[in-house]
Design a protein around this ligand. Structure first.
Ligand code: EPZ
Length: 427
């Protein structure tokens, strides 16, 4: 059980390369199930979630190879799917496992996937996934904590409204879209998620021989085909990792050059950073982000893409904690996603929770303290706060951050950070 010891405050400067996207890579790894043969995926980040997903695919019968430690592509051979079962032991550790449900059902006519359990960021049902697959003709029931889906005579195209109480669903869209690629006839998904990761998945599926149009819009049209073929594909850069590095430059009043960063996928994020006084200058392969000594307060509401991403809410809150005035942060996607609030207050931030909103009263300085990571993005916010805080910050349960950031200390320390990974002291 690692901890981070972070010495602050520091001022970051230099160049950092953004990795491939975790949230694009996971559903694209699932898409490999749809085709007999070996697919080769480039740009897949080396994260614990990716390793876990590879283990999951291997339990289904796939062979997964990736050059350990090397930048090489990940090869997924899905010639044989001998066991279409998503085991509880893996699914309970990573909710994204649910996105094997659609591809397994389409490929094998049957799938059993454990229901994902509870989550630190709030209630995360899968009713929309189930509704969409039922519309495609699947019979679905819940048995002993497993979703059992069957379509012995195959799936058939349908018009599906996939919007929920919080808007579109990202992995729900992924599941239904992947299943529809092999359904008989045409499927229309209305209120589909428009996240760049979904567009990347759709582009990958089209490269496998699928016929998907309306990519990037809330209305996806999928003409079913009889089969798909393996693919060589490169996943898009990780806009959430890029956004986290942008905030790292801003919160340390530093200057970073981000390489392999697609600003077009980050308009809402760049807009917010510019509002608070941060400079974001586009370059040929990314951008240069420069902090300011006087951060302005601003209000932000998380929304489905192209709105401000919920996965950067905690990081932005850490930044606004140092603004000269009051900001309001409203979480519209996961209303309970505020595990970082109490921890940032331990670092002398002045945050007050009011229902799905947090009032952020800016303070002059953050002060180091021992804090507890609770989920992936909350722990990223604590690392950022630790870079700006005076003194030695200790972050416990670092495994949360390894799920979505590849060895973050090895990426930030060359830029001037002082992050030390250490064994947790014996209890
Ligand atoms: C994806 O989760 C991402 N995960 C999340 O990133 C991200 O926070 C989320 O999308 C929103 O952008 C991956 O891509 C692996 P949703 P997903 O279904 O697809 C409700 C990270 O930090 N809903 O779009 O599971 C749901 O409760 C992770 O990298 C239903 O009501 O999220 C939520 O309020 C955390 N019924 C809202 O929709 C459903 O069937 C959006 O959830 C499905 C969802």
């Amino acid at each position: 059980m690692d901890i981070f010891r972070i010495e602050g405050p520091v001022r970051l400067s230099g160049q950092v390369t953004v990795n491939g996207s975790k949230n694009a890579a996971l559903p694209i790894m699932a898409a490999a199930i749809l085709a007999e043969g070996q697919s080769s995926l480039a740009g897949v980040p080396r994260l614990s979630d990716v390793r876990l997903f590879a283990d999951l695919l291997q339990t289904l019968g796939c062979r997964v190879e990736s050059a350990p430690g090397g930048p090489g592509p990940m090869r997924i051979d899905a010639s044989v799917i001998s066991n279409p079962v998503g085991d509880y032991e893996i699914v309970r550790k990573m909710r994204a496992s649910i996105c094997i449900l659609g591809p397994l059902l389409a490929r094998c006519g049957r799938a059993e996937v454990s229901m994902p359990g509870g989550c630190a960021i709030g209630d995360r049902p899968i009713n929309l996934h189930v509704r969409g697959l039922r519309e495609l003709g699947a019979e679905i029931c819940l048995k002993n904590g497993y979703v059992i889906a069957e379509a012995p005579r195959g799936l058939r195209g349908a018009s599906i409204f996939l919007g929920g109480s919080f808007g579109s669903t990202v992995l729900g869209t992924a599941n239904v879209m992947m299943a529809a690629t092999l359904a008989k006839g045409r499927t229309v998904i209305e209120s589909a998620a428009c996240e760049p990761e979904i567009s990347d998945l759709a582009n990958c599926l089209n490269a496998m021989g699928a016929r998907i149009s309306g990519i990037g819009s809330p209305r996806l049209v999928i003409e079913g085909v009889s089969h798909l073929h393996p693919v060589q594909y490169e996943v898009i850069p990780d806009r959430i990792e890029a956004g986290t590095f942008m905030v790292a430059a801003a919160i340390t009043r530093g200057e970073l050059k981000l390489v392999n960063c697609q600003l077009d996928d980050m308009m809402a994020v760049v807009d917010k950073l510019r509002n608070v006084g941060v400079t974001v200058e586009p370059t040929a392969d990314g951008c240069v982000v420069a902090g300011t000594d006087h951060l302005h307060p601003t209000d932000v509401t998380t929304q489905p893409y192209p709105g401000f991403p919920t996965d950067l809410q905690a990081q932005l809150m850490a930044l606004l904690a140092l603004a000269e005035g009051n900001s309001v942060v409203i979480e519209k996607i996961f209303p309970d996603r505020f595990m970082h609030v109490a921890e940032l207050n331990r670092m002398a931030a002045d945050l007050r929770k009011e229902g799905p909103a947090v009032i952020v009263a800016g303070v002059k300085n953050l002060v180091a303290a021992p804090v507890m990571a609770s989920d992936l993005r909350a722990s990223a916010a604590l690392v950022l706060a630790g870079l700006a805080a005076e003194g030695t910050t200790i972050i416990n349960r670092v495994y949360h951050i390894d799920r979505g950031y590849e060895r973050i200390e090895e990426r930030l320390n060359p830029l001037g950070a002082q992050i030390f990974r250490e064994d947790a002291p014996a209890p």
